[in-house]
Design a protein around this ligand. Sequence first.
Ligand code: APR
Ligand code: PHB
Length: 389
Amino acid sequence: MKTQVAIIGGGPSGLLLAQLLHTRGIDSVVLERKTKDYVLSRIRAGVLEQGLIKLMQEAGCATRLHAEGIPHDGTLISYGDEMFRIDFTEHTGTPVMVYGQTEVTRDLYEAREKTGGKIEFNVEDVVIHGADTDTPHVYYTVDGTAHRLDCDFVAGCDGFHGVSRQTIPLDVRKEYEKIYPFGWLGILSETPPVNHELIYANSPRGFALCSMRNENLSRYYIQCSLSDKPEDWTDEAFWQELKRRIPADQAANLVTGPSIEKSIAPLRSFVTEPMRWGRLFLCGDAAHIVPPTGAKGLNTAASDVHYLYNGLRDFYENNSTEGIDTYSQKALARVWKAERFSWWFSSLMHTYPDQSEFDLKMQVAEIEFLRSNKAAQKSMAENYIGLPY
Ligand code: APR
Ligand code: PHB
């Protein structure tokens, strides 16, 4: 089989790139390890930057997002019983959109299917050959049958555990990583959100986040130990702990109910450089991971896709390699700023096992500076709504 762009990974990065390329008549094939149902079963964050929304519009996939997404003009920060608001619209004129990232993936799958997009599921044994030549090709199997996909370019959109990053030789790539000494225990409940905006809560007992998917589907997280397992936490224990970590007046309004999903995610900051090797380009989680404080995962994958899509368009439409030659540098410039914000926000809001009394005082002082200083709030707002591409 032959295509112009072989895309490894059928998550949001791969699907968004495929759909955008399609709008310019550029052919691609998506190779996905799992089934579509499995991909759509993953619960992910739920805050979209305008940059991602614009890309979904450009890809012709934003109808449901605009119909069902909830614009948010600000977010709440609490510490103990204190709480204040960061007003995105006051500082930037731009809201974010609350809309499940799983729904973004669903919309992209629907668009691919409607436009006859080629997606191979249950793909195994993917090996990328010749990435450093002008004739890259991908070997893979489906149900034991071997296939070869010849292409002009390979987009590695296969996430943190994929094969694409590993294809770049160790003496070419450099990896940067920070592992956080805690995880996030998250639940989904068919209950009304405790507040119409998100609450990021710093408490002596640990971080908590009150989020939502819609007016009757709430998403809550509490910081937990890395040794915890979801089954260690009954729903009742979760609700009691969440109430202890958010302001009392918010806790009094919390509507609890049975969890319809409960999971623990570890937190990591990770970047690999470069994001390009020959005709192989890494996009999204294949190249970088952020802690979910600030919901920068998919939103940073989106800017990767923007740069790569425009670079490939330039190649095919104008026979120019300027876009693909500057892809890694442009993508990494924004990736590192997202890494910084996610690390800063995580450092501000979580309790750390080795924190000293002084460290705790610094954390509260930083939060109170943010509360009292318009420039600090503007900086936070600009990062939260998404820095420019
Ligand atoms: N071969 C084929 N597919 C693979 C392989 C492989 N060897 N390895 C992984 N995959 C698939 C996974 O099954 C997954 O569907 O690649 C896809 C990668 O998707 P994600 O992990 O969601 O990564 P990405 O598309 O970059 O999404 C980035 O989106 O949902 C948010 O916050 C989330 O940070 C994440 C962001
Ligand atoms: C979510 O709704 O799942 C969510 C929202 C904001 C975050 C992380 C997760 O920072």
